[in-house]
Design a protein around this ligand. Structure first.
Ligand code: SF4
Ligand code: SF4
Length: 139
């Protein structure tokens, strides 16, 4: 987790997945469906109601939303990549995990949001085929 933060993939997805820790039971349904194996277990020793919860390596998430659809507890939200920093900052988790990792998780999320915004800004505006046709006929 967190290795190579901000390292550019070709293109970041429009949305990324965030686990709301309070709702997660650690049932593992999401781990089984994630096509890129980017969901990992976090020991939840400080949360007596659950054995553990899961978190997501956002640098590898491809935004496919399978985990969101399969989570029986509505613990996963798909969040627009530009807003991923805010969502990660408030997602919660066992206190020991938050204390140890939250700063790095925030840093990664913020850098992905920035990168996404840069990619959007750099993207040339795509003309629809109809608009291109109209432009060609109107000269
Ligand atoms: S959105 Fe897709 S890639 Fe991302 S964590 Fe969920 S299942 Fe994995
Ligand atoms: S499917 Fe939902 S409840 Fe189950 S481990 Fe994943 S996030 Fe937690």
């Amino acid at each position: 987790m967190g290795k190579g933060a901000g390292k550019a993939r070709k293109k970041l997805p429009k949305e990324l997945a965030v686990v709301r820790a309070d709702n997660c039971t650690g049932c593992e349904a999401c781990i089984e469906v994630c096509p890129v194996d980017c969901i990992y277990k976090v020991p939840g020793e400080d949360l007596p109601t659950v054995q553990y919860f899961v978190d997501i390596d956002l640098e590898r998430c491809i935004g496919c939303s399978l985990c969101e659809r399969w989570c029986p507890w509505d613990a996963i939200d798909m969040v627009p990549t530009a807003q991923i920093g805010e969502a990660v900052a408030e997602k919660g988790g066992p206190p020991s995990y938050v204390e140890k990792h939250q700063a790095e998780l925030n840093r990664v999320a913020d850098s992905l949001a920035e990168l996404y915004k840069e990619q959007l800004a750099a993207k040339p505006a795509k003309a629809s085929p109809k608009a291109a046709e109209a432009a060609a006929t109107t000269g």
